[in-house]
Design a protein around this ligand. Structure first.
Ligand code: PBG
Length: 331
């Protein structure tokens, strides 16, 4: 290396800034902290339940008591946010989804119990009907099997108010239909819930990557697909419009979902908005890495932390993930 006869005449050598761990840390442009991670939880009725999810190795459906233990553990390690998904028993599902706003239901109980046990954890939940409908769609459906936009809003408002009453910090409208954020903001404010935030699933794509999530929730679409409400993966301008509308309607955080296939969308949104941006590293993204890990092809912990760092580099503030626990030891 020091043999000058072999040296190139190179005044600029970018490798100088990579030559030691100290220098690499000094010039690191992006960082991943525990507070950037939001942990997603699947919840079931009962006590002392920890049920594995076949298509998501390492992820479980927890009863509320065990979920609280996990959430306390994560809070001690610096995670500041959890997103809750109730796994409904089939008999609680219906075409009108009333269970979605049951103030004694699993989700309401979970919100109350978690806020009581770990008050400083930010608790979020989806506002969408799909865990609660018998057909698996996110909205009410008419005889022609159309998913109804305006008729569904009353259900979503009830659901958001139920969550607010239970003590939620952020509601997360996730059905990708029109007018959700504005209607929910208005209803929350009218009832005095000015402090409850809205994280909008602004650009949620009709991806093939939600399969394991539907497995976790035991949700099967009885007919059709979600392409009349979720976005076409081919579109980016439309995502920016969706995000702009949500922002104008009062969204506090804007989400892009899935995450890694949509880094361009994230970066473009970063240039459009001064609101915080979240990305949802979804079930399929999790399961692909875990499958390769279990086959011995790669190291899931390292891949997840690189994935999340890449999301930060692209412009993301918050990362929703099933792999928080796995990545935390590296942070
Ligand atoms: C509900 C919802 C879905 C996900 C989060 N909220 C599924 C869907 O829209 O079908 C998927 C999350 C994941 O795959 O991890 N609207």
């Amino acid at each position: 290396m020091n043999d000058s006869s072999l040296s190139l005449d190179l005044p600029i050598r970018l490798r100088r800034n990579r030559q030691s761990e100290a220098i690499r840390q000094m010039v690191q442009e992006t960082h991943l902290l525990p507070s950037h991670l939001c942990a997603c939880f699947f919840l079931v009725e009962g006590e002392n339940k920890k049920i594995p999810i076949h298509s998501m190795p390492g992820v479980f459906r927890f009863s509320i008591d065990l979920a609280i233990q996990e959430i306390e553990k994560m809070h001690r390690k610096g995670v500041r946010c959890v997103l809750l998904f109730p796994v409904l028993e089939n008999h609680l599902r219906s075409s009108s989804a009333e269970e979605a706003w049951n103030s004694d239901g699993l989700l309401a109980q979970a919100i109350r119990a978690i806020k009581k046990a770990v008050p400083s954890m930010c608790v979020m939940a989806d506002v969408a009907l799909d865990p609660f409908t018998s057909h698996g769609h996110d909205g009410l459906v008419n005889e022609k099997h159309q998913i109804m936009n305006d008729e569904t809003i009353e259900c979503l408002i009830r659901m958001a108010l139920m969550q607010a009453e239970a003590g939620i910090d952020f509601v997360a409208p996730s059905d990708m239909m029109d007018g959700r954020v504005g209607a929910i903001r208005k209803a929350l404010d009218e009832q005095g819930y000015h402090h409850v935030g809205i994280m909008a699933y602004s650009a949620k794509y009709a991806t093939s990557l939600y399969g394991p999530f539907r497995d976790a929730l035991n949700v099967n679409l009885a007919f059709g697909d979600k392409k009349t409400y979720q976005m076409n993966p081919a579109n980016v301008r439309e995502a920016l419009l969706e995000a702009k509308l949500d922002e104008e309607e009062g969204a506090d955080i804007l989400m892009i979902k899935p995450a890694l296939f949509y880094l361009d969308v994230i970066t473009k949104l970063r240039h459009q908005t001064n609101r915080p941006i979240a990305a949802y590293h979804v079930s399929g993204e999790y399961s692909m890495v875990m499958a390769a890990h279990l086959a011995g092809y790669l190291d899931a912990q390292k891949v997840f932390s690189e994935a999340f760092l890449s999301l930060r580099r692209a412009g993301v503030d918050l990362i929703f993930t099933y792999a928080a626990d796995l990545v935390l030891p590296l942070l």
